[in-house]
Design a protein around this ligand. Structure first.
Ligand SMILES: [Zn+2]
Length: 310
């Protein structure tokens, strides 16, 4: 952390910053996109604090006017850098890009945090050709997908592409805070698993272990979660036909045990279905590089790729 490495002033690098409700993480990339410095600190709620935190991290990482990429939760207008409805940072509407750019005298590009993480995660996945479509699934407190094509995040018409967590798949399911019933994220998210299996922290590895030991209730809960994750994966696989589906968010820390659960669920679905057997979705699934600051790296890459090519 904060290990200041010698920075070659001739190279044009960029800074990436990922800010969430509890922490802010920044990276400095060199001209070849290598991470040459990382900085983490607690974040603070409120519009002014968010701007101050971002500027502080950017200045620690570089004293040059390098392009700055920011990943932040909530609704983001990438064209203007305006963010709104960032509940866990207590922001209603903030001209984040303009504010940071005016202080730093540098170009600033703002992305939704899941989209930024998707761009970052795609960099660490093997065998992806330059124009490949990659879907990143953020199984965190909630559930959202990021869609990356040729290294760039897609945004859709309204900017809400990938908000699949609020697809209602079960009319008899749990009520969702969004006002619907049976949304995917009421079962297929880290937050949902913590509610359904509250006995351990982290819950998912414990749930899988107990189910494997023959605990009937654990098995019921895991079956329900695996089914909803299977639905999630099948939805993005068939809607976007991506080359890779990357499992990210807090649940990704469960690692191989989670991949085994997902692959078993997908194999069960493919039995007797020639279409699903041919699609072979399971072979395209990977776990995100959870040991890397993918959110900050993706924010930096998005900023760099948003610059006019010179
Ligand atoms: Zn919902």
């Amino acid at each position: 952390m904060n290990a200041r490495l010698h920075h070659n002033g001739r190279s044009q690098g960029c800074v990436g910053i990922d800010i969430g409700g509890t922490k802010i993480e920044g990276v400095l990339l060199d001209a070849t996109d290598r991470v040459i410095d990382v900085c983490r600190m607690p974040s603070h709620s409120g519009e002014s604090n968010v701007v101050t935190d971002i500027v502080r991290v950017a200045r620690i990482l570089s004293n040059e006017a390098l392009p700055i990429g920011i990943g932040i939760p909530g609704q983001v207008n990438c064209a203007t850098g305006q963010v709104s409805n960032v509940v866990n940072l207590d922001i209603e509407t903030l001209e984040l890009g303009e504010r940071v750019s005016a202080i730093m005298h540098a170009p600033v590009h703002v992305e939704n945090d899941v989209n930024a993480a998707a761009v970052g995660a795609a960099e660490f996945v093997e065998q992806v050709d330059g124009n490949a479509t990659v879907v990143f699934l953020n199984f965190g407190t909630g559930l959202a997908a990021g869609l990356v094509r040729g290294g760039q995040a897609e945004h859709g018409y309204s900017g809400s592409i990938g908000e699949i967590g609020h697809l209602p798949i079960d009319p008899n399911g749990f009520e969702c805070p969004c006002g619907q019933r049976g949304c995917l994220e009421t079962v297929a998210s880290g937050g949902a698993v913590a509610k359904l299996w509250p006995s351990a922290n982290p819950p998912m590895p414990d749930l899988i272990r107990k189910a494997r030991q023959g605990d009937g209730h654990a098995n019921d809960v895991l079956t329900m979660v695996a089914h909803a994750m299977g639905d999630t994966i099948q939805i993005v696989a068939q809607a976007y036909d991506p080359q890779r589906i990357i499992i990210g968010g807090g649940m990704a820390k469960t690692g191989d045990a989670l991949i085994e659960v997902i692959q078993a669920e997908l194999s069960r679905r493919a039995e007797g279905c020639r279409f699903l057997t041919t699609l072979d979705i399971a072979s395209n699934i990977r776990i995100a590089a959870i040991d890397q600051p993918i959110g900050a790296i993706g924010a930096a890459l998005a900023a760099k790729r948003a610059q006019p090519q010179s």
